[in-house]
Design a protein around this ligand. Structure first.
Ligand SMILES: CC(C)(COP(=O)(O)OP(=O)(O)OC[C@H]1O[C@@H](n2cnc3c(N)ncnc32)[C@H](O)[C@@H]1OP(=O)(O)O)[C@@H](O)C(=O)NCCC(=O)NCCS
Length: 139
C-alpha cells in the first residue's frame, strides 16, 4: 500500500510502486543535471509494467499524452515511480504515472518530480493491435 500522503486524489490503494531506481552520474546532461529523457524513459518502463499486467501480455507505447517535470532530479536521488490504470480500451491501456525522489542526504524526504499519462497498445506476435478482453478470456 503506497503512502496515502503522496496521493491527493482517488484511492491510494489503486497505485502500485512500479519501479524504484537510483539516478546515476551517467544519467546527467552537459550541465550535470539529470536528463529529462532519462526520467521519461523510467516512467515509460514503469507504466509498461502496469500495462503488461492489465493487457495480460505484450504492449507497445503508442502515445505520451502528458509529461510534466514538477521538480528536478539530482544525482543520488532514489526515484519511486507509481502507476495505475486510468482507462482500459479495446486494445489500449492508458496509465497514470507519478514520480517522487528521495534525496541522498535526506532519505525520509519526498520530492514530487513528475506526472505523466502514457497509452500502450496490446499487440500480438505480429505486432498488430490485439483485443485485451480476448487475451484475458484465454487465460
Ligand atoms: C501501436 C500500433 C501497433 C498501433 O497500430 P494502429 O494501426 O495505429 O492501431 P489503431 O489505430 O487500431 O489504434 C490502436 C489503439 O490505440 C489507440 N490510439 C491510437 N492513437 C492514439 C493516440 N495518439 N493516443 C492515444 N491512443 C491512441 C486507439 O484509440 C486504439 O485504442 P482502442 O482499441 O482501445 O480503442 C502501431 O501504431 C505501432 O506499431 N506503433 C509503434 C509502437 C512502438 O514502436 N512504440 C515504441 C516506440 S520506440
Amino acid at each position: 500500500m503506497p503512502d496515502p500522503n503522496l496521493f491527493d486524489e482517488g484511492d491510494p490503494s489503486q497505485w502500485r510502486l512500479a519501479i524504484r531506481v537510483l539516478a546515476m552520474p551517467a544519467d546527467t546532461n552537459a550541465a550535470g543535471d539529470i536528463f529529462g529523457g532519462w526520467l521519461m524513459s523510467q516512467a515509460d518502463i514503469a507504466g509498461a509494467t502496469v500495462a503488461v499486467q492489465a493487457a495480460a501480455g505484450r504492449v507497445v507505447t503508442i502515445a505520451v499524452n502528458e509529461f510534466r517535470f514538477v521538480s528536478p532530479v539530482a544525482v543520488g536521488d532514489l526515484v519511486d515511480i507509481y502507476a495505475r490504470v486510468q482507462r482500459l480500451g479495446t486494445t489500449s491501456v492508458s496509465v497514470e504515472i507519478r514520480a517522487w525522489a528521495r534525496r541522498e542526504m535526506d532519505p525520509e524526504s519526498r520530492h514530487h518530480v513528475a506526472v505523466a499519462n502514457i497509452t500502450y497498445v496490446a499487440v500480438g506476435a505480429d505486432g498488430r493491435p490485439r483485443p485485451i478482453g480476448a487475451s484475458r478470456k484465454k487465460q
